[in-house]
Ligand binder design. Sequence first.
Ligand SMILES: [Zn+2]
Length: 212
Amino acid sequence: MRIKRFIVNPFQMNCYIYFDETSGNGVIIDPGVYSEAEKSCLRKYITDNGITITAVINTHGHIDHVLGNAFAKDLFNVHLYLHKEDRFLLESVKEQGVYFGIDIENLPEPDGYLDDNSVIPAGDSTLAVLHTPGHSPGGICLIDHKNKIVFSGDSIFRESIGRTDLPGGNSDILINSIKGKLFTACKDDYIIYPGHMEETTIGHEKSENPFL
Ligand SMILES: [Zn+2]
């Protein structure tokens, strides 16, 4: 499996394509593309590498992670998934846009909801869903146990954690999600690909993250 990261929109959000080079199948995690240049860059990479997108997933419903939902869903004609407890964020994306000074149209409805029992095919592997609320009520991590990779959204970053001052955020719940759920589900050698900034590992965060 290969990971391609695009740093997009005014929030410098990590949009990932997670794909299998043999079959060409893959998923888009957090299609936050906003400008025309970002959209054509994503489209070009997918075309040039012969990738077939099979699903679009939002790790949560904050505006920087969902800005390109309509674009990605329309372009690849695939289903869009997120956790149902973040549906209210998708529905309030215009208000989020006003708050952050970003102009955005209403977004398409999700095609399905994810929870702790969900598993999403991704190339020749799978992504297991782990509900990790706290940054937002419906925040999830996506875990490929075969390849020891975690897409953590904005729950945990390298030596930091997600903000909890936005609607539905709660720092006690977030810390419990990380220490009680994520650190139980993943061993120290799992690599974390977060929603912002560089990757890290579970082991590094267990020992070096000052917020935990
Ligand atoms: Zn967020």
